[in-house]
Design a protein around this ligand. Structure first.
Ligand SMILES: CCCCCCCCCCCCCCCCCCCC(=O)SCCNC(=O)CCNC(=O)[C@H](O)C(C)(C)COP(=O)(O)OP(=O)(O)OC[C@H]1O[C@@H](n2cnc3c(N)ncnc32)[C@H](O)[C@@H]1OP(=O)(O)O
Ligand SMILES: NC(=O)C1=CN([C@@H]2O[C@H](COP(=O)(O)OP(=O)(O)OC[C@H]3O[C@@H](n4cnc5c(N)ncnc54)[C@H](OP(=O)(O)O)[C@@H]3O)[C@@H](O)[C@H]2O)C=CC1
Length: 515
């Protein structure tokens, strides 16, 4: 019997960010392994024309939850969606709902965040810092609370090379930042943002670091733990391999590469690609929830959920395997044939951006215009290159995260829990994982049918022929122009032609003699 699964039975659990990538996998695993849990409260806002109830209905009826329905047929009754907006005071939760949350909650998993790298500092602070502070305030009024688990990121201290499982202070106190966001206008915030984030690359990593400081400062008597995952990718094993539902991290770039839009990137092939499957993060999170509640460690423990120090993979190997998978399972209607060039040189990157990205987009837009359609590829390409430039920081550096707490926790688990809540990344086979990841992107993100693979392969063959034709035409035009202008080029050309002619004559004569 799994002790962790038994621990969650009968519990009332509050999850923020349950509609997000990690939140959904967390809920799924909880329902599947502890179908006897009492209730999961989720804080949800209406979005994209859907009410909170419609959003929950959609999640529960998705492929991800198919297995849950077998073990927990009354899952609809065990999930309680509470209208909430983490950007509002008291999260805009009604008095009755708030009362129920405060009096019943046993465990809190705080996953909600803005993960956008380019978010305005005011918004990023609101969600990643102020909302965390408010949630802690709520938690301090929960008499039955056993553990509060805060999800941060391994990159909250990406300005350091070696990162321990400790909280590193930021120069300006989070409370001062929160206060100043209330009265400073946008223009001034824009001006001071680079100074505040310092040597971090974006507002996301900075505000997640501030969020950790808030957790430390406001922890009071609460039983708190912080989890720091690195780059969260598709599921490794559970509920099935390769599940992913958003474009964050590598997923968007896998699409861009598979569809032939992205063919080169400024990345260091030997840099560690610290990916971690989302189900691994969720297993660790649930184990931490159990450990924090049952063992009540004296201080706030931080757990690094990373792969680099236990089972490293590098970007070169990852890119190679992604490309190898495209050969077997190509994406449909690619713009160009998939290709990946990793370069560390800025000038080479600019060259590839011009030749491999912008020029084909301009040519395609020209073709669209000629055929009476609206040009769009240049715009798509510009957006993609902007996205890539924001991710570049993470693919050109390696970090070392110590994992003592995570390894300690692993040794505390029973063999059954180590199996059911497996977060041992040493068992991960990268080549298999990446292949499943690419397949998952095709199935769950692009919603492409496997039956379309032969046609996709045919399409790539056509693209290859167009590529050869285009290159030959380009060469001939360039050569023709050169010959017209240079005597030297003409001499070289006549020399090559006469050499080929002589070679062919010799070859024909010798084969005639043999006959
Ligand atoms: C050369 C061949 C390569 C072979 C492939 C090998 C794989 C290499 C993978 C390398 C990946 C490196 C990833 C590092 C990530 C580090 C993560 C740090 C960990 C964390 O804690 S944070 C969680 C992760 N967060 C993110 O990833 C958020 C990143 N996204 C953003 O911040 C914003 O979306 C962005 C990039 C600023 C764009 O903003 P904006 O221009 O306003 O646009 P939208 O968000 O509305 O989206 C516009 C358009 O772009 C598409 N999109 C969005 N995100 C991505 C993405 N990551 N990759 C590709 N495309 C993306 C989105 O769908 C929209 O498309 P439309 O068609 O609708 O216009
Ligand atoms: N993905 C990754 O690579 C990594 C993620 N992390 C951390 O993991 C956690 C989860 O990330 P992930 O699942 O990927 O992120 P997602 O962007 O997929 O999910 C974010 C969640 O936060 C919710 N949320 C955002 N704003 C509000 C708001 N104003 N009110 C209510 N809810 C809101 C979203 O709700 P809605 O659906 O309504 O938008 C969504 O449920 C975050 O704390 C992140 O920092 C850490 C390392 C890497």
């Amino acid at each position: 019997m799994s002790m962790i699964a038994a621990f969650y039975s009968g519990k009332s659990i509050l999850i923020t960010g349950a509609t997000g990538f990690m939140g959904k996998v967390l809920m799924e695993k909880l329902f599947r392994t502890s179908p006897d849990l009492k209730v999961i409260y989720i804080l949800v806002r209406p979005k994209a024309g859907q009410t909170t109830q419609q959003r929950v209905f959609q999640i529960l009826n998705s492929k991800l939850f198919e297995k849950v329905k077998e073990v927990c047929p009354n899952v609809h009754e065990k999930i309680r969606a509470i209208y909430a907006d983490l950007n509002q005071n008291d999260f805009a939760i009604s008095k009755e709902d708030m009362q129920e949350l405060l009096s019943c909650t046993n465990i809190v998993f705080h996953c909600a965040a803005t993960v956008r790298f380019d978010d305005h500092l005011r918004h990023a602070v609101q969600l990643n810092v102020t909302a965390t502070q408010q949630l802690l305030l709520m938690a301090s009024q929960m008499p039955k609370l056993e553990a509060f688990i805060h999800i941060s990121t391994a990159f909250s201290n990406c300005n350091l090379k070696h990162i321990d499982e400790v909280i590193y202070p930021c120069p300006v106190e989070p409370k001062k930042i929160i206060d100043s966001m209330e009265w400073l206008d946008d223009a001034i915030i824009d001006e001071i943002t680079p100074k505040l984030i310092g040597d971090r690359p974006n507002t996301y990593t900075y505000t997640k670091a501030l969020g950790e400081m808030v957790v430390q400062q406001e922890s009071g008597n609460l039983n708190i733990a912080i989890i720091r995952p690195s780059i969260v990718g598709a599921t490794w094993q559970e509920p099935f391999p390769g599940w992913v539902d958003n474009l964050n991290g590598p997923s968007g770039l896998i699409i861009a590469a598979g569809k032939g839009f992205l063919r080169a990137i400024r990345a260091t092939p030997m840099a560690v690609a610290d990916l971690i499957p989302v189900d691994t993060v969720v297993n660790l999170t649930l184990a931490v929830g159990w450990y924090t509640a049952v063992h009540r460690p004296k201080s706030t423990l931080i757990y690094h959920c990373t792969s680099g120090n236990l089972n490293p993979c590098n970007w070169g190997k990852m890119g190679f395997q992604v490309l190898a998978t495209f050969e077997k399972i190509p994406f449909e209607r690619a713009f160009r044939r998939p290709y990946a060039d990793f370069t560390t040189n800025t000038i080479t990157t600019q060259y590839w951006n011009a030749v491999s990205h912008r020029a084909p987009a301009i040519i395609y837009d020209f073709y669209l215009r000629l055929t009476g359609r609206k040009p769009r590829m240049t715009k798509v390409m510009n957006r993609l290159l902007r996205t890539v430039s924001m991710l570049e920081y993470f693919v050109n550096r390696s970090w070392e995260w110590s994992t003592y707490n995570t390894e300690m926790l692993m040794s505390e688990l029973s063999p059954e829990d180590q199996r059911v809540f497996n977060f041992d990344v040493r068992q991960l086979n990268w080549l298999e994982y990446i292949e499943n990841y690419v397949l998952g992107v095709k199935k769950y993100l692009l919603k492409e049918d496997m039956a379309g693979i032969p046609e996709a392969k045919q399409h790539l063959k056509r693209l290859r022929n167009i590529h050869y034709l285009f290159n030959t035409a380009l060469f001939l035009i360039a050569w023709r122009l050169l010959i017209a202008r240079s005597q030297m080029a003409r001499n070289v050309w006549f020399f090559i032609v006469s050499f080929c002619y002589k070679f062919l004559s010799y070859f024909r004569a010798s084969s005639t003699l043999k006959v």
